[in-house]
Design a protein around this ligand. Structure first.
Ligand code: NAD
Length: 435
């Protein structure tokens, strides 16, 4: 049976490589749509959990995972050998950077080499990991073509970036449009057909590199705009009676031509702090310097340092020396209501602040344990007594479960990096973005 027909009748066997924040939701959606899905991950713990129907990704519904596993629609394995009997494969592996902020695409290369061993005629290969333009055509394609099979002729090849926003209740896999760039028009059409089984709107672009660049533009757009408000927030802190949060909210009432971005303690997650560097690195190959990217990174990476200085100054204003103060860091996930701490600014802040204060603890209901460069930490239970016992509470993540009224009422001093205390009038609160 042709691949097209197999997809249309949902008889295509689908593999998903990398069962993390991107791969597992995708695998579950295809399985729920009736496809037989084989998830491949090198992490044996994740594989074992999935096969037991145990969920570990906040965006995946526990019951959905249990259902597809118990009906035999989703199975996980560490063995790339299952690709022999698969018709399509989605690559969802990490794309971090090195210590010097160069792209590390070794995970993509390893996955492509794993696929190459089992590549067969008519197979559809889609790269989803965020990466620099030309990865699909100049890195993945040559690895796959070493088999003697030719992209666009013997197998289908495409890039389709992932837009998942962990914790976002409004936009699901089905309702978030997906961009697809095929190596040939036929490759693009096959990838489109595949995603149309679970996603309502597919946006076709003319090449994989265009799709790769599209994803980078989306994330660089965020990074640059966040840097802009962070810079202005630092300016507002020197001025009298200008509150950057109020400024953004007021500007956001303009019905066109403005999109609100808010200041914060720095960038976090696996995307915004990393992806821009992928393009900055690639641009150099073309004797091109992406100044906006560098400038935005500089401003955003300075924010954790700025927050630490703010805490020390706020303590000093209350007559307390940092070296004799106890600090409680509230929220360490990189954003509200999720458990992801990758590149979280709270970690950087803890590492910078801990040596300067008498004691430092954290609370995060989503993150019971935290690995930092200072030490491995455990979340401390948040009680009125604890709040009263510390000299400063630093709000780094504004989880909706926090009762900020209670927190401010019982605290001696609050440094708020998220405007979590927006509705609370209190002389105890110091915010970034205002004097
Ligand atoms: N997390 C997000 O919100 C998000 C959003 C959009 C795009 N992305 C991009 O998607 C990609 C994946 O991100 P993620 O957040 O899902 O990462 P993740 O770390 O949550 O998951 C990746 C998984 O891949 C597995 N893995 C690593 N190497 C492997 C290999 N060779 N074979 C099989 N499995 C392997 C890891 O064990 C891990 O389980 C990245 O490129 C990221 O930039 C992430």
């Amino acid at each position: 049976m042709e691949l097209k027909q197999k997809i249309e009748t949902r008889r295509a066997r689908i593999a998903v490589i990398g069962l993390g924040y991107v791969g597992l939701p995708l695998a579950v959606e295809f399985a729920r749509a009736g496809f037989e899905v084989l998830g491949i991950d090198l992490d044996q713990k994740k594989v074992a959990n999935i096969n037991k129907g145990k969920n570990y990704i906040i965006d995946v519904n526990d019951k959905h995972l249990k259902d597809v596993v118990s009906h035999g629609k989703l199975k996980a394995t560490t063995d790339y050998g299952v690709l022999k009997k698969c018709d399509a494969v989605h690559i969802c592996v990490p794309t971090p950077f090195t210590a010097t902020k160069d792209p590390d695409i070794s995970y993509i290369i390893n996955s492509a080499q794993g696929i190459a061993k089992h590549l067969h005629k008519g197979m559809l290969v889609i790269l989803k990991s965020t990466t620099y333009p030309e990865t699909t055509t100049k890195v993945v394609k040559p690895i796959l073509e070493k088999t003697g099979l030719v992209a666009g002729k013997d197998f289908y090849l495409a890039f389709s970036p992932e837009r998942i926003d962990p914790g976002n209740q409004k936009f699901t896999t089905a309702t978030t449009p997906t961009v697809v760039g095929g190596y040939t028009p036929a490759c693009g059409q096959m990838a489109k057909l595949m995603y149309n089984q679970i996603i309502e709107k597919i946006v076709m672009v003319s090449s994989p590199s265009t799709a790769e660049m599209t994803k980078l533009l989306e994330n660089i757009f965020r990074s640059v705009n966040i840097a802009l408000v962070n810079e202005l927030a630092c300016l507002c802190e020197r001025m009298d009676r200008v509150d950057m949060w109020e400024v953004v909210d007021a500007a956001a009432t303009k019905p066109y031509g403005f999109m609100p971005f808010y200041p914060g303690p720095g960038l976090g997650g696996h995307c915004i702090p990393i992806d821009p560097y992928y393009l900055a690195w690639k641009a150099k190959e073309y004797d091109f310097h992406t100044d906006f990217i560098e400038l935005a990174a500089e401003t955003n990476e300075n924010m954790p340092y700025h927050v630490v200085n703010k805490v020390i100054a706020a303590l000093s204003d209350k007559g307390m020396a940092a070296s004799r103060s106890k600090v409680l860091v509230l929220g360490v996930a990189f954003k509200r209501d999720i458990d992801d701490v990758r590149s979280s600014p709270a970690i950087k802040i803890i590492e910078l602040l801990a040596p300067k204060v008498k004691s430092l603890i954290y609370n995060d209901p989503f993150v019971p344990e935290l690995e930092t460069g200072w030490k491995k930490m455990r979340s401390t239970k948040l009680t009125q007594q604890l709040i009263k016992s510390v000299d400063c509470i630093l709000i780094t993540t504004d989880h909706t479960c926090y009762d900020f009224n209670m927190i401010v009422k019982n605290a001696k001093l609050v440094v708020d990096t998220r405007n979590a205390t927006k509705k609370i009038k209190s002389g105890k609160v110091v915010k970034i973005g205002r004097k």
